[in-house]
Design a protein around this ligand. Structure first.
Ligand SMILES: [Zn+2]
Length: 274
């Protein structure tokens, strides 16, 4: 009987120990993020800058930025930019959002780092608009990371860029991709039904939040404004408030992916941030 009690006690202790290990907060692990590359993913010429920046006038420009993250558990690409084929179109491609041009392909920037599209494990998308999913077809072997609301959205014009054959993680809200707090999708719905930002915590640079189109320009951020063309303007404004809160809590910088005045401030690939 005594022996049985001992066995029982030992088993209970083992279970308790296992539970404690399981309950360890994920952030106690050493984060696996190693570095991040900023990739040039196109340019957009606007006839009317006010279409994205309420209050602006005259023509305008937006830059297009993608980000590549090296994590111990794989490569993560955030957005895929405008399509690589546009590099061959000297006058660019007209779209609902201005004229798109491309000086350097995403594929060539990956190749400079010794990577092929098939090496990218995860493609996280801020949202499904053309200047963010232009090269998605190169990454059919990657796992998509897209908010469920975006993944299931049927756009009124055009078709959903998401192909049924792709592996996909479709969170409903914030999502810590590797469970170590270093690569976190932040739900910022409004510009589109399931828009998301990306928050990374880099070992030396610290925390940085990438906007996607939750905010297009610094003027919109400073003025707390959202373009009328957004899917849901009140939700877009609430997303700006949420972003302020996350920036404060994470002590993060905000990088606005379409803001041309930020281009000279960034080190582009093959340089990187640690
Ligand atoms: Zn965009």
């Amino acid at each position: 009987m005594k022996r049985l009690a001992f066995v029982f006690a030992a088993a209970s202790a083992a279970i308790a120990c296992a539970l404690m290990t399981f309950a360890q907060p994920a952030l106690a692990q050493k984060p696996g993020i190693e570095r991040m590359y900023v990739l040039y993913c196109g340019d957009i010429a606007l006839d009317d800058a006010s279409s994205f920046t309420p209050g602006a006038s005259g023509p305008g420009r937006l830059t297009v930025t993608c980000y590549l993250i090296k994590h111990a558990r794989g490569w993560v690409l955030f957005d895929t930019g405008i399509g690589d084929h546009i590099v061959d179109m000297p006058n660019g491609q007209k779209s609902r959002a201005g004229v798109w041009t491309l000086r350097k392909t995403l594929t060539s920037q990956l190749a400079e780092l010794g990577l092929k599209p098939a090496d990218i494990n995860y493609v996280a998308l801020s949202h499904s608009h053309g200047d963010h999913v232009g090269n998605l077809n190169l990454f059919m072997q990657s796992t998509l990371v897209v908010q469920k609301a975006e993944y299931e959205w049927k756009p009124p014009v055009g078709v959903s860029p998401f192909k049924p054959g792709m592996k996909a993680i479709t969170p409903e809200g914030d999502h810590d991709l590797f469970g170590d707090g270093s690569v976190v999708l932040i739900a910022t719905y409004g510009h589109s039904p399931g828009h998301q930002n990306l928050l990374v915590r880099l070992p030396k640079t610290g925390a940085v939040m990438m906007t996607g189109d939750s905010v297009h320009t610094k003027a919109n951020w400073d003025g707390g404004r959202a373009p009328e063309r957004n899917f849901n303007v009140p939700q877009s404004l609430a997303a700006l408030e949420r972003m302020k809160q996350v920036l404060k809590e994470a002590n993060a910088q905000l990088w606005i992916g379409h803001e041309t005045s930020e281009v000279p401030l960034r080190r582009y690939s093959p340089a990187h941030y640690e």
